[in-house]
Design a protein around this ligand. Structure first.
Ligand SMILES: [Zn+2]
Length: 418
């Protein structure tokens, strides 16, 4: 068997294509496989317009596709692709070779291999590992994700979660919509306003879903998303998930700490200096020195410690098994917060009082947690999924790059797609 025959078999070229030359270039360390079509090809090819018979019109210049390595050596397929002309309508077109992937520079096998690496490491590392530019790899990922996303099916989507994630620190947000049952990202778009819901619903219906099939919409307490739901999905119950309520409570505790530091007083600054991380943890996760520090702060009767205690009590309500008892406890909690706040000067606990007001205003949606809570785990994990996505797209922080990478890592798309 000649090397050309061997490569013909390995590539699975069949009867329509043949390897006419295989050579190894020592200087570049590259194996080149030159392929040409056989006469048989023309019995098979039909006009893409109306399916008419076709004859060979001419050939393109030499084109190159990167293929999987041969014994650690870079391997490239070269071919002057034939162009066919239709006998009926005269349409001239490039014949698509069976090895070509979705991007014009790679074979299917190479694309599948590169996608496998992209699951595991950042794009820049993949580029380094396979010796390609990351621009080319990104272009391939765009084509693959676009093709797979176009065929994604959203027909059974009923429980949706939405969250705003920051593209850059402090500004520029994208809204990410997720299927809470199948635990996958459905759609992402720039901005965090009510208009993002209209865009989501359009995407949903393009993929066989229906806006009125949505029964649960899980989100934070921002009014924009609530208006978005009201505008678009009449059967959806709004759920304010536990994760966002606790996040708000943490933010309120932090405001108390900063207000207290600003206000000063004997030993306050020393006690609270660099303590913000302490207050985000639960007592059982504190290290021993942290526990001692916390005890010290409590002894000083600081408002921050009181706010922290309020957060813990609030969190405890989520352990209750039934919505009815939770409702009572939330109401008691709100009254307690207001009552305690009166004993602190300069409305130090003002942010906690505001939190109590917010909870009262949104109580119905917060209590919906007891009906739907089990489905919300995915939203909590979404933040870390998105951080990993940002790391993978390092150096390419355009929202298009990030959203494509997010669909790739969390969209549960069928990839590679050919
Ligand atoms: Zn034709």
């Amino acid at each position: 068997m000649t090397p050309e025959k061997l490569f013909h078999e390995l590539l699975g070229l069949g009867l329509n294509w043949e390897v006419i030359e295989s050579r190894f270039e020592r200087e570049s360390g590259t194996v080149y496989l030159e392929i040409r079509e056989t006469a048989k090809l023309w019995e098979l090819v039909r006009c893409p317009e109306e399916g008419g018979m076709v004859f060979c019109y001419d050939h393109t210049e030499v084109l190159t596709w990167r293929h999987l390595n041969v014994f650690q050596h870079r391997c490239e397929i070269t071919c002057r692709l034939p162009r066919g002309k239709c006998r009926q309508c005269g349409h001239i077109f490039r014949v698509r070779p069976p090895w070509e992937g979705l991007s014009t520079h790679f074979t299917k096998e190479f694309e599948a291999f590169a996608l496998l690496l992209m699951r595991e490491m950042p794009m820049s590392k993949v580029a380094e590992a396979v010796g390609e530019t990351d621009t080319r790899l990104w272009r391939m990922l765009f084509r693959q994700v676009d093709a797979a996303y176009a065929e994604a099916d959203f027909s059974n989507v009923c429980c949706v979660g939405v969250d705003e994630l920051s593209v850059r620190k402090g500004h520029e947000y994208i809204s990410v919509f997720a299927d809470l049952v199948k635990k996958r990202v459905l759609f992402a778009t720039e901005g965090k306003g009510r208009e993002t819901w209209a865009k989501f619903v359009a995407a949903l219906e393009k993929h066989n879903g229906h806006r009125h099939a949505i029964t649960q919409a899980s989100m934070d307490m921002s009014p924009a998303y609530q208006r978005g739901v009201a505008d678009n999905c009449r059967n959806a119950q709004v759920v304010f998930d536990k994760f966002h309520v606790i996040k708000n409570a943490n933010a309120a505790v932090d405001k108390v700490r900063r207000a207290e530091v600003r206000l000063g007083g004997k030993g306050v600054w020393e006690a609270l200096y660099k303590s913000q991380w302490l207050w985000r943890k639960n007592p059982e996760h504190l290290t021993e020195p942290e526990q001692e520090r916390l005890a010290d702060i409590k002894n000083k009767q600081l408002a921050t410690a009181k706010a922290y205690q309020m957060r813990l009590v609030l969190q405890d309500i989520y352990r209750l098994p039934a919505a009815n008892s939770a409702r009572r406890r939330f109401q008691v909690w709100c009254r307690w917060v207001r009552w305690v706040a009166r004993f602190y000067k300069a409305s130090l606990l003002g942010s906690m009082v505001k939190l109590a007001q917010m909870i009262e205003r949104h109580l119905l949606g917060i209590l919906a947690h007891w009906k739907w809570g089990v489905t919300n785990a995915f939203m909590e994990g979404l933040n870390s999924v998105f951080s990993a996505t940002k790391r993978k797209a390092r150096g390419y922080r355009s929202t298009t790059h990030l959203i494509t990478m997010l669909y790739f890592t969390a969209g549960k798309l069928r990839l590679p797609h050919f």
